[in-house]
Design a protein around this ligand. Sequence first.
Ligand code: COA
Length: 195
Amino acid sequence: MIRNQSTVTCELIVSKDTVLRLLERADASLLFALALKNLEYLAPWLPWACKTLSLQDIEKRIDKFLMQTKNGEAAQFGIWHQKKLLGGVAFFNHDLENHIAEIGFWITSEMTGQGIATYCCRTLLRYLFEKLELNRIEMRCAPANSRSHAMARRLNFSREGVLRECLLIGGKYDNLTLYSLLRKEWLDGTARDKN
Ligand SMILES: CC(C)(COP(=O)(O)OP(=O)(O)OC[C@H]1O[C@@H](n2cnc3c(N)ncnc32)[C@H](O)[C@@H]1OP(=O)(O)O)[C@@H](O)C(=O)NCCC(=O)NCCS
């Protein structure tokens, strides 16, 4: 992460074709177009992707994340695959005292089923555990989000339980399943060395 007075930049290499780069204001239109194209597929799981999404919402979200990134609280990366924006991965709710953060991810529907989201999450986990030296990473997913549960299993997260009605989405409260991965589990290699 490179910070100066007005900007913050960061690029994480996933593979020769894929990088994670912090999303900036200049990416707003591209991100908006991609989110609009995927709205029906994203809206059940991601509160920000509600039906009334506008370019201004995306700009505000990017600005908010960048502000939090400057303070070390969160970061939102675009997934750039063969130079095209395909989705995003992020960490947020960074608890600086207890070295905990939560991750989130999404990928455009036509690029699912190839392992790209898994590779990108592993790269983010490597950064969080090995560079930021966090101790515990959480992932929360709606009980019905089977692709997300499969991601948690592929990444060797442990299921901890159900957080009852802790997400307000589409005007209804939904449960979330809580998963976690610990730094010692990452460092022992089982979750780390798969790409
Ligand atoms: C969650 C989400 C990112 C998962 O996408 P995904 O394509 O299933 O995940 P990956 O890109 O890691 O691909 C995994 C698939 O590729 C396959 N695959 C192929 N090569 C692979 C490889 N080298 N490594 C891992 N998986 C590989 C896996 O077997 C799996 O296939 P399957 O779906 O038939 O089981 C996607 O469904 C999404 O964006 N959903 C909407 C937003 C959302 O729910 N976000 C999470 C909120 S908690």
